[in-house]
Write a protein that binds this ligand. Structure first.
Ligand code: MTE
Length: 314
């Protein structure tokens, strides 16, 4: 029989036990969901009972950035997650079915020490909060307090070889995802970075946001965040990270190479072929605001692109 059990994968020292973070009413609601699932036996109810949520404790908090964070409610209910739906309001409900435990991330390719990490290994790494702007290529943006660790920390554990020039990020395909039965993209959703972009201190692997484990719709249980690039580079629900000698193909570039380049740096001077990128709508604001070069991170990252024609390498 299916019962509600505390998620076994969570490190107790890092995450408050379920009973402590759920209010009594919520806990009863969750428990009720579990017994309904037990009766039904299959379907959404069952999968929702598997969902892993909880507060993350002991991470290093971020310094404020002088911009207000987008309300959690908006960041967790207006999502692009095409494996579930092309509609932005649907993943919040549908991704409840995503099975995030057990979860493994295979890290291999051009590395001296290939290794498969369980999500519990990644949760044990020292976590820090980073408040980042996120600019979607569609022209909207948010400010999100992520919790995670620098990608370079993971790289250190597998020791990339001198042949590692790029990193490919491959995401989950599950039968919980109705979208992958449609040929919108070449599944699995995959992204790529040049090795120096991946190793840049701003590039994060995140396991949480707003002090909590990532909601499924935001890319649980582990997701890439590259704040100076359009949001689609920040691949959700990673299952494999491959260091490569050649530039990997990426899902959106394969779908429309003239619209979505490999680099996809936020750049108000290079328009999308079908719309301007000069301005953006911050979720929660009425007026559009100017889009910033490299999404406001130019001081940190412009040097990665010295001498490159950013019109050509869009
Ligand atoms: N990752 C996967 N696996 N599937 C997706 O559809 N959408 C991308 C990116 N990562 C996407 C993905 C796009 S277009 C954006 S804008 C961001 O996720 C949205 O992240 P959010 O829902 O957390 O705001």
């Amino acid at each position: 029989m299916l019962t509600i059990r505390p998620p076994s994968d969570i490190v107790p020292s890092e995450i408050t036990p379920r009973e402590q973070y759920l209010t009594r009413r919520e806990f009863i609601a969750h428990a009720a969901m579990g017994s309904a699932a037990a009766l039904i036996g299959t379907g959404i109810g069952t999968a929702q009972a598997e969902q892993v949520s909880g507060r993350i404790e002991g991470y290093r908090a971020a310094a404020p950035i002088g911009e207000e964070a987008t309300p959690f409610k908006d960041a967790s209910s207006y999502n692009n997650y095409y494996e579930f739906s092309t509609d932005k309001y649907s993943p919040a409900g549908m991704a409840g079915r995503l099975k995030t435990r057990p979860w493994q991330v295979q890290v291999d390719g051009e590395v001296a020490k290939p290794r498969t990490f369980g999500i519990e290994d990644l949760l044990k790494l020292p976590q820090q909060e980073r408040i980042y702007r996120m600019r979607c290529v569609e022209g909207w943006s948010m400010v999100i307090p992520w919790i995670g660790f620098e990608f370079s920390q993971l790289a250190q554990l597998v020791q990339p070889t001198a042949n590692a020039k790029y990193v490919e990020f491959i995401t989950a395909q599950q039968d919980t995802m109705p979208g992958i039965r449609m040929s919108i993209l070449d599944w699995p959703y995959a992204e790529g970075l040049r090795i120096d972009e991946a190793m840049h201190p701003l590039t994060l692997l995140t396991v949480g946001m707003y002090g909590q484990l990532l909601p499924n719709q935001n890319g649980a249980p582990v997701r890439l965040v590259v704040p100076w690039k359009y949001g689609f580079k920040s691949a959700k629900s990673l299952v494999r990270i491959r260091f490569t000698s050649k530039q990997p193909g990426t899902a959106w570039n394969k779908a429309a190479a003239n619209e979505y380049g490999f680099y996809s740096n936020v750049n108000p001077q290079v328009d999308h072929p079908r719309w301007s990128q000069a301005t953006e709508r911050r979720i929660g604001e009425f007026r559009k605001r100017p889009t910033l070069m490299f999404n406001g991170y130019a001081d940190q990252v412009a040097g990665l692109y010295t001498g490159m024609d950013l019109n050509k390498n869009f």
